[in-house]
Design a protein around this ligand. Structure first.
Ligand SMILES: Nc1nc(=O)c2c([nH]1)NC[C@@H]1CN(c3ccc(C(=O)N[C@@H](CCC(=O)O)C(=O)O)cc3)CN21
Ligand SMILES: CC(C)C(=O)C(=O)O
Ligand SMILES: [Mg+2]
Length: 276
Protein backbone atom coordinates (compact mmCIF):
# COMPACT_ATOMS: atom_id res chain seq x y z
CA UNK A 1 0.00 0.00 0.00
CA UNK A 2 1.41 3.35 -0.98
CA UNK A 3 1.01 6.73 0.64
CA UNK A 4 -2.23 8.55 -0.12
CA UNK A 5 -2.44 12.12 -1.37
CA UNK A 6 -5.04 14.73 -0.43
CA UNK A 7 -6.73 13.96 -3.76
CA UNK A 8 -7.15 10.29 -2.81
CA UNK A 9 -8.59 11.41 0.51
CA UNK A 10 -11.03 13.86 -1.06
CA UNK A 11 -12.12 11.14 -3.51
CA UNK A 12 -13.24 8.98 -0.60
CA UNK A 13 -16.28 11.24 -0.12
CA UNK A 14 -19.28 9.11 -1.18
CA UNK A 15 -17.11 6.08 -2.00
CA UNK A 16 -15.34 4.76 1.09
CA UNK A 17 -15.38 5.64 4.77
CA UNK A 18 -12.10 7.22 5.80
CA UNK A 19 -10.40 5.78 8.86
CA UNK A 20 -8.04 7.73 11.07
CA UNK A 21 -6.36 7.03 14.39
CA UNK A 22 -3.85 8.94 16.48
CA UNK A 23 -0.27 7.74 16.93
CA UNK A 24 2.52 9.40 18.86
CA UNK A 25 5.42 6.96 18.92
CA UNK A 26 7.03 4.08 17.03
CA UNK A 27 4.85 1.40 18.60
CA UNK A 28 1.52 3.06 17.85
CA UNK A 29 2.65 4.17 14.37
CA UNK A 30 3.68 0.62 13.40
CA UNK A 31 0.44 -0.85 14.74
CA UNK A 32 -1.69 1.71 12.86
CA UNK A 33 0.13 1.16 9.57
CA UNK A 34 0.12 -2.63 9.92
CA UNK A 35 -3.65 -2.53 10.54
CA UNK A 36 -4.14 -0.61 7.30
CA UNK A 37 -5.51 2.72 8.55
CA UNK A 38 -6.08 5.45 5.92
CA UNK A 39 -4.61 8.32 7.96
CA UNK A 40 -2.63 8.82 11.14
CA UNK A 41 -3.16 11.92 13.26
CA UNK A 42 -0.28 12.98 15.45
CA UNK A 43 -2.72 14.74 17.75
CA UNK A 44 -1.95 17.33 20.38
CA UNK A 45 -3.95 14.90 22.56
CA UNK A 46 -0.40 13.62 23.18
CA UNK A 47 -0.33 16.26 25.92
CA UNK A 48 -2.82 14.03 27.73
CA UNK A 49 -1.88 10.51 26.59
CA UNK A 50 1.92 10.92 26.49
CA UNK A 51 2.57 13.78 28.91
CA UNK A 52 -0.22 13.11 31.41
CA UNK A 53 -1.59 16.65 31.42
CA UNK A 54 -5.29 17.51 31.93
CA UNK A 55 -5.52 19.42 28.66
CA UNK A 56 -3.71 19.88 25.36
CA UNK A 57 -2.50 23.46 25.85
CA UNK A 58 0.95 22.66 27.22
CA UNK A 59 2.05 21.00 23.98
CA UNK A 60 4.72 22.92 22.05
CA UNK A 61 5.71 23.04 18.40
CA UNK A 62 8.90 21.22 19.45
CA UNK A 63 6.83 18.42 21.01
CA UNK A 64 4.77 18.06 17.83
CA UNK A 65 7.88 17.94 15.65
CA UNK A 66 9.55 15.36 17.90
CA UNK A 67 6.55 13.01 17.88
CA UNK A 68 5.63 13.52 14.21
CA UNK A 69 9.17 12.70 13.06
CA UNK A 70 9.06 9.42 14.96
CA UNK A 71 5.62 8.54 13.60
CA UNK A 72 6.59 9.33 9.97
CA UNK A 73 9.69 7.19 10.25
CA UNK A 74 7.71 4.25 11.59
CA UNK A 75 4.64 4.52 9.34
CA UNK A 76 6.35 5.45 6.07
CA UNK A 77 3.41 4.44 3.86
CA UNK A 78 0.59 6.15 5.73
CA UNK A 79 -0.80 9.67 5.22
CA UNK A 80 0.19 11.62 8.30
CA UNK A 81 -1.51 14.74 9.67
CA UNK A 82 0.12 16.75 12.47
CA UNK A 83 -1.89 18.94 14.84
CA UNK A 84 -0.71 22.54 15.11
CA UNK A 85 -0.41 23.11 18.86
CA UNK A 86 -2.02 25.86 20.93
CA UNK A 87 -0.66 29.36 20.10
CA UNK A 88 1.50 28.21 17.20
CA UNK A 89 -0.92 29.69 14.59
CA UNK A 90 -3.46 32.00 16.28
CA UNK A 91 -1.22 35.07 16.64
CA UNK A 92 -0.84 35.91 12.96
CA UNK A 93 -0.81 34.53 9.45
CA UNK A 94 2.98 34.69 9.38
CA UNK A 95 3.21 32.76 12.65
CA UNK A 96 0.96 30.07 11.17
CA UNK A 97 3.08 29.90 8.01
CA UNK A 98 6.32 29.63 9.96
CA UNK A 99 4.99 26.97 12.34
CA UNK A 100 3.44 24.87 9.59
CA UNK A 101 6.56 25.19 7.43
CA UNK A 102 8.69 23.91 10.29
CA UNK A 103 6.38 20.93 10.83
CA UNK A 104 6.28 20.25 7.10
CA UNK A 105 10.04 20.50 6.54
CA UNK A 106 11.18 18.59 9.57
CA UNK A 107 8.67 15.76 10.01
CA UNK A 108 7.30 14.13 6.87
CA UNK A 109 3.70 15.06 7.75
CA UNK A 110 1.56 15.44 4.62
CA UNK A 111 -0.85 17.95 6.18
CA UNK A 112 -1.48 19.97 9.31
CA UNK A 113 -4.68 20.28 11.32
CA UNK A 114 -5.70 23.42 13.15
CA UNK A 115 -8.70 24.23 15.32
CA UNK A 116 -11.18 27.01 14.71
CA UNK A 117 -13.63 28.55 12.27
CA UNK A 118 -14.18 32.05 10.92
CA UNK A 119 -11.32 33.67 12.83
CA UNK A 120 -8.81 31.19 11.38
CA UNK A 121 -9.78 31.69 7.72
CA UNK A 122 -6.80 33.96 6.93
CA UNK A 123 -4.41 31.32 8.31
CA UNK A 124 -6.12 28.49 6.38
CA UNK A 125 -6.06 30.48 3.11
CA UNK A 126 -2.40 31.42 3.54
CA UNK A 127 -1.29 27.86 4.34
CA UNK A 128 -3.18 26.26 1.47
CA UNK A 129 -2.01 29.00 -0.94
CA UNK A 130 1.55 28.25 0.18
CA UNK A 131 1.07 24.55 -0.60
CA UNK A 132 0.47 23.12 2.85
CA UNK A 133 -2.72 21.02 3.04
CA UNK A 134 -4.93 21.89 6.01
CA UNK A 135 -7.47 19.71 7.80
CA UNK A 136 -10.00 21.83 9.71
CA UNK A 137 -11.39 21.07 13.17
CA UNK A 138 -14.75 22.43 14.38
CA UNK A 139 -17.25 21.78 17.17
CA UNK A 140 -15.47 20.92 20.42
CA UNK A 141 -12.08 22.52 19.87
CA UNK A 142 -10.08 21.35 22.92
CA UNK A 143 -7.49 24.15 22.67
CA UNK A 144 -10.36 26.57 23.43
CA UNK A 145 -11.89 24.45 26.21
CA UNK A 146 -11.41 27.28 28.72
CA UNK A 147 -13.70 29.48 26.61
CA UNK A 148 -16.20 26.67 25.98
CA UNK A 149 -16.53 25.85 29.69
CA UNK A 150 -14.74 22.50 29.43
CA UNK A 151 -14.76 19.50 27.09
CA UNK A 152 -18.44 19.93 26.20
CA UNK A 153 -20.49 18.88 23.20
CA UNK A 154 -21.16 21.80 20.83
CA UNK A 155 -23.86 22.97 18.39
CA UNK A 156 -26.71 21.67 20.51
CA UNK A 157 -28.87 24.75 19.86
CA UNK A 158 -30.36 25.78 16.51
CA UNK A 159 -28.22 28.92 16.58
CA UNK A 160 -25.04 26.99 17.41
CA UNK A 161 -25.79 24.49 14.65
CA UNK A 162 -26.32 27.30 12.09
CA UNK A 163 -22.97 28.81 13.04
CA UNK A 164 -21.25 25.42 12.78
CA UNK A 165 -22.68 24.81 9.30
CA UNK A 166 -21.62 28.30 8.16
CA UNK A 167 -18.10 27.81 9.48
CA UNK A 168 -17.78 24.37 7.88
CA UNK A 169 -18.71 25.91 4.51
CA UNK A 170 -16.17 28.70 5.12
CA UNK A 171 -13.42 26.17 5.85
CA UNK A 172 -14.14 24.35 2.61
CA UNK A 173 -14.09 27.65 0.72
CA UNK A 174 -10.80 28.62 2.39
CA UNK A 175 -9.17 25.45 1.07
CA UNK A 176 -9.35 22.73 3.74
CA UNK A 177 -9.19 19.22 2.22
CA UNK A 178 -11.22 17.70 5.08
CA UNK A 179 -12.70 18.74 8.40
CA UNK A 180 -12.95 17.06 11.80
CA UNK A 181 -16.28 17.57 13.58
CA UNK A 182 -15.84 16.91 17.29
CA UNK A 183 -18.63 16.32 19.81
CA UNK A 184 -21.58 17.63 17.81
CA UNK A 185 -25.08 16.14 17.37
CA UNK A 186 -25.11 13.47 14.65
CA UNK A 187 -28.05 15.07 12.83
CA UNK A 188 -26.15 18.33 12.49
CA UNK A 189 -23.03 16.48 11.32
CA UNK A 190 -25.18 14.65 8.74
CA UNK A 191 -26.45 17.94 7.27
CA UNK A 192 -22.92 19.38 7.19
CA UNK A 193 -21.62 16.23 5.53
CA UNK A 194 -24.28 16.54 2.80
CA UNK A 195 -23.59 20.23 2.21
CA UNK A 196 -19.80 19.99 2.00
CA UNK A 197 -17.87 18.59 -0.94
CA UNK A 198 -14.85 17.79 1.26
CA UNK A 199 -14.89 14.81 3.65
CA UNK A 200 -16.08 15.26 7.23
CA UNK A 201 -14.29 13.22 9.88
CA UNK A 202 -16.29 12.32 12.97
CA UNK A 203 -14.87 12.48 16.47
CA UNK A 204 -18.11 12.17 18.39
CA UNK A 205 -20.17 13.43 15.44
CA UNK A 206 -22.00 10.24 14.59
CA UNK A 207 -22.19 7.78 11.74
CA UNK A 208 -23.14 10.05 8.85
CA UNK A 209 -19.73 11.67 8.49
CA UNK A 210 -17.40 10.56 5.69
CA UNK A 211 -14.83 9.21 8.13
CA UNK A 212 -13.95 8.64 11.75
CA UNK A 213 -11.03 9.42 14.07
CA UNK A 214 -10.29 8.00 17.52
CA UNK A 215 -7.45 8.43 19.98
CA UNK A 216 -5.29 5.26 19.99
CA UNK A 217 -5.10 5.05 23.78
CA UNK A 218 -8.86 5.54 24.20
CA UNK A 219 -9.96 2.76 21.84
CA UNK A 220 -7.46 0.32 23.33
CA UNK A 221 -8.44 1.00 26.95
CA UNK A 222 -5.14 2.67 27.80
CA UNK A 223 -6.59 6.05 28.71
CA UNK A 224 -8.04 7.61 31.86
CA UNK A 225 -10.61 9.75 30.07
CA UNK A 226 -13.71 8.23 28.53
CA UNK A 227 -15.79 10.57 26.38
CA UNK A 228 -19.10 8.93 25.44
CA UNK A 229 -18.09 8.88 21.79
CA UNK A 230 -15.24 6.43 22.41
CA UNK A 231 -15.71 2.70 21.87
CA UNK A 232 -13.19 0.52 23.67
CA UNK A 233 -12.09 -2.21 21.27
CA UNK A 234 -9.70 -3.73 23.82
CA UNK A 235 -8.86 -3.41 27.51
CA UNK A 236 -5.08 -3.31 27.24
CA UNK A 237 -4.66 -1.09 30.31
CA UNK A 238 -6.20 -3.73 32.58
CA UNK A 239 -4.30 -6.53 30.81
CA UNK A 240 -1.03 -4.64 31.25
CA UNK A 241 -1.57 -4.19 35.00
CA UNK A 242 -2.30 -7.92 35.33
CA UNK A 243 0.82 -8.81 33.32
CA UNK A 244 3.04 -6.60 35.50
CA UNK A 245 1.47 -8.15 38.62
CA UNK A 246 2.26 -11.67 37.33
CA UNK A 247 5.84 -10.57 36.68
CA UNK A 248 6.20 -9.16 40.21
CA UNK A 249 4.78 -12.35 41.74
CA UNK A 250 6.98 -14.67 39.69
CA UNK A 251 10.17 -12.74 40.45
CA UNK A 252 9.36 -12.61 44.15
CA UNK A 253 8.61 -16.36 44.19
CA UNK A 254 11.70 -17.31 42.18
CA UNK A 255 9.70 -18.64 39.21
CA UNK A 256 11.09 -16.13 36.75
CA UNK A 257 13.63 -16.18 35.21
CA UNK A 258 13.55 -19.94 34.45
CA UNK A 259 16.29 -21.91 32.69
CA UNK A 260 14.74 -21.17 29.30
CA UNK A 261 15.33 -17.45 29.90
CA UNK A 262 18.96 -17.97 30.93
CA UNK A 263 22.26 -18.46 29.07
CA UNK A 264 24.42 -21.51 29.60
CA UNK A 265 28.14 -22.21 29.25
CA UNK A 266 29.64 -25.43 27.79
CA UNK A 267 30.63 -28.08 30.33
CA UNK A 268 34.24 -27.85 29.13
CA UNK A 269 34.50 -24.13 29.76
CA UNK A 270 32.60 -24.49 33.02
CA UNK A 271 35.15 -27.08 34.23
CA UNK A 272 38.03 -24.80 33.34
CA UNK A 273 36.43 -21.89 35.11
CA UNK A 274 35.12 -23.57 38.23
CA UNK A 275 38.47 -25.18 39.10
CA UNK A 276 40.16 -21.81 39.31
N1 LIG B 1 -7.24 10.78 25.14
C1 LIG B 1 -7.93 11.78 24.57
N2 LIG B 1 -9.06 11.50 23.87
C2 LIG B 1 -9.77 12.48 23.28
O1 LIG B 1 -10.81 12.19 22.63
C3 LIG B 1 -9.29 13.81 23.39
C4 LIG B 1 -8.10 14.05 24.12
N3 LIG B 1 -7.45 13.02 24.71
N4 LIG B 1 -7.59 15.29 24.28
C5 LIG B 1 -8.15 16.36 23.52
C6 LIG B 1 -9.60 16.20 23.39
C7 LIG B 1 -10.38 16.30 24.68
N5 LIG B 1 -11.51 15.48 24.39
C8 LIG B 1 -12.56 15.19 25.26
C9 LIG B 1 -12.33 14.93 26.59
C10 LIG B 1 -13.37 14.63 27.45
C11 LIG B 1 -14.68 14.64 26.97
C12 LIG B 1 -15.78 14.32 27.90
O2 LIG B 1 -15.55 13.79 28.95
N6 LIG B 1 -17.02 14.60 27.55
C13 LIG B 1 -18.13 14.21 28.36
C14 LIG B 1 -19.05 15.38 28.62
C15 LIG B 1 -19.70 15.96 27.41
C16 LIG B 1 -20.58 17.18 27.71
O3 LIG B 1 -20.66 17.66 28.84
O4 LIG B 1 -21.21 17.63 26.75
C17 LIG B 1 -18.88 13.04 27.70
O5 LIG B 1 -19.71 12.42 28.34
O6 LIG B 1 -18.53 12.71 26.55
C18 LIG B 1 -14.92 14.90 25.62
C19 LIG B 1 -13.84 15.17 24.77
C20 LIG B 1 -11.41 14.91 23.07
N7 LIG B 1 -9.98 14.90 22.84
C1 LIG C 1 -9.21 13.96 18.96
C2 LIG C 1 -8.51 14.39 17.70
C3 LIG C 1 -9.45 14.90 16.67
C4 LIG C 1 -7.42 15.40 18.01
O1 LIG C 1 -7.43 16.54 17.63
C5 LIG C 1 -6.27 14.94 18.81
O2 LIG C 1 -6.10 13.73 19.01
O3 LIG C 1 -5.50 15.80 19.24
MG1 LIG D 1 -6.01 17.79 18.61
Amino acid sequence: MSKKTILNIKECKNTKKLTMITAYDATSAKIAEKAGIDMILVGDSLGMTMQGNDDTNGVTLGDMIYHTKIVSKNAPNTFIVADMPFMSYEISVSQALESAAEIFRKTGARAVKLEGGETMLPQIKALTDAGIPVMGHLGLTPQRAAMLGGFKAQARTAKGAEKLLEEALMLEEAGCFAVVLEAVPYKIAEIITKKLSIPTISCGAGKYCDGQVLVFHDMLGLSDIAPRFVKKYADLGEQAVQAVQSYIREVEQGEFPALEHSFNISDEEWEKFSHK
